[in-house]
Design a protein around this ligand. Structure first.
Ligand SMILES: Nc1ncnc2c1ncn2[C@@H]1O[C@H](COP(=O)(O)OP(=O)(O)O)[C@@H](O)[C@H]1O
Ligand SMILES: C[C@@](O)(CCOP(=O)(O)O)CC(=O)O
Ligand SMILES: [Mg+2]
Length: 389
């Protein structure tokens, strides 16, 4: 049976969110929380000419007759899966009309952009084949941990896994990686999906989700990094929902209103990310001990947070997390688009477990959710065969 599962990690941005959209350097790391996409093509015995999408997290299920998709996106099948293409304005309108027919409950309307990205990726890469696609995620959606990118990367990986160029071993039942060229293709398609969800993404989220580990990223170019500082971050989810597209657009509008001032803000962020990169890369032990490096990283995080405030993307709940962690002399910054969502707090190597427990208890008493995840694991992987095996 033609069935494949793909998983792609979420991410944290250590420095440079938003400014990276405007050409500054940013540093990001994958985290050990994944989005899973399973794809099963229908067989003649299924007797169904439907494309089905099951979204486990918002617990929603959709299906479209293949003929309906063909009607709305007639030119999609002509797109070559080996040449990632952007969804045209015309096409975006057709997809929006298809998604509007779904009657998504108002409380879950954010999911509409994810469904649009799915329809674009599916029809562009696989054309009009009936199939069932199931998506589940360990990531909180819309919280700054890159769920949109993990969704697009896992989706692109599952859709590309069966194409001739994928050069994967379909008989192997373990998780496997794409080759270099194919991984680049997955990343480029995922970027096209992120464009539909974010409007104007920098590409850092899909890139770190595809490749994993810690990366330094500037204007579409990534540098892989091996950190010599054992980074441990507490992730606090304020649980205030927000939408990356609107926040990114808000920063661009501020830039149009104050181009000179904002250019300095972005340039300061660039310097912070470059300094962070060099601290993480510098061998340990060198002239700086791990503690000295951690103190520098904490200061850079504080400075970056101040600049994110200048961009207008902080939030009252983020300020509460900052104040709470500062009581324990811990530095924090928002991660991702801000406006709510998640905050990072550096947990220095020598910090006692008792203090960590106290901070977590205090943050959770404010109604926040604390997450500890491994930093810098592998990127996207695929596995053939039955997803339940
Ligand atoms: N598992 C998922 N299932 C369906 N849609 C998803 C999933 N993960 C992400 N999305 C889409 O991505 C959107 C969230 O993206 P975004 O606002 O960029 O926040 P973030 O990427 O920080 O989680 C969701 O509203 C939805 O449209
Ligand atoms: C704000 C930004 O820098 C990161 C957005 O991350 P997230 O969608 O909030 O996880 C946007 C981007 O780089 O595309
Ligand atoms: Mg996102």
């Amino acid at each position: 049976m033609e069935e494949v599962q793909a998983r792609a990690p979420g991410k944290i941005i250590l420095s440079g969110e938003h400014a990276v959209v405007h050409g500054s350097t940013a540093v990001a790391s994958s985290i050990s929380l994944y989005t899973y996409v399973s794809l099963r093509f229908s067989t003649p015995s299924d007797n169904q000419d439907l494309l089905k999408l099951q979204l486990k997290d918002p617990a929603l299920e959709f299906s479209w007759p293949i003929t309906r998709i063909q009607q709305v996106l007639p030119e999609s099948a002509a797109v070559l899966s080996s040449t990632p293409a952007s969804c045209s304005v015309e096409c975006a309108k057709s997809i929006a009309a298809l998604v509007e027919e779904l009657d998504i409950p108002e409380a879950k309307i954010g999911i509409a952009s994810g469904i649009s990205a799915f329809l674009w990726l599916y029809s562009s890469i696989q054309g009009f084949k009936p199939a069932t696609v199931v998506v589940s995620s360990e990531l909180p959606l819309g919280s700054g941990l890159g769920s949109s990118a993990a969704f697009c990367v896992a989706m692109a990986a599952a859709l590309l896994a069966f194409t001739d160029s994928a050069s994967l071993d379909v008989n192997q039942q373990d998780w496997q990686f794409f080759g270099e060229k194919e991984l680049e293709l997955v990343n480029r398609w995922a970027f096209e999906g992120e464009k539909i969800i974010h409007g104007k993404p920098s590409g850092i989220d899909n890139t770190v989700s595809s490749y994993g580990n810690i990366i330094s990223f500037k204007s579409g170019n990534l540098t892989h990094m091996k950190s010599n500082v054992p980074l441990k971050m507490l992730i606090t989810n304020t649980k205030v929902g927000r939408n990356t597209k609107a926040l990114v657009a808000g920063v661009s509008e501020r830039m149009l209103r104050h181009p000179d001032a904002m250019a300095f803000v972005f340039s300061a962020v660039d310097s912070i990310s470059k300094e962070l990169t060099s601290i993480l890369k510098s061998p340990t032990p060198d002239e700086l001990s791990v503690t000295e490096k951690e103190e520098k990283i904490e200061e850079l995080m504080e400075m970056n947070q101040g600049l994110l405030q200048c961009m207008g993307v902080s939030h009252a709940t983020i300020e509460t997390v900052l104040r709470t962690t500062l009581k324990y002399k811990l530095a924090s910054k928002l991660t991702g688009a801000g406006g709510g969502g998640c905050v990072l707090t550096l947990l220095p190597t020598l910090l006692s477990g008792t203090i960590i427990d106290k901070v977590i208890t205090e943050l959770e008493s404010c109604g926040f959710q604390c997450i500890i995840a491994e930093i810098g694991g592998t990127g996207v992987e695929v596995k053939f065969g039955n997803s339940s095996s």
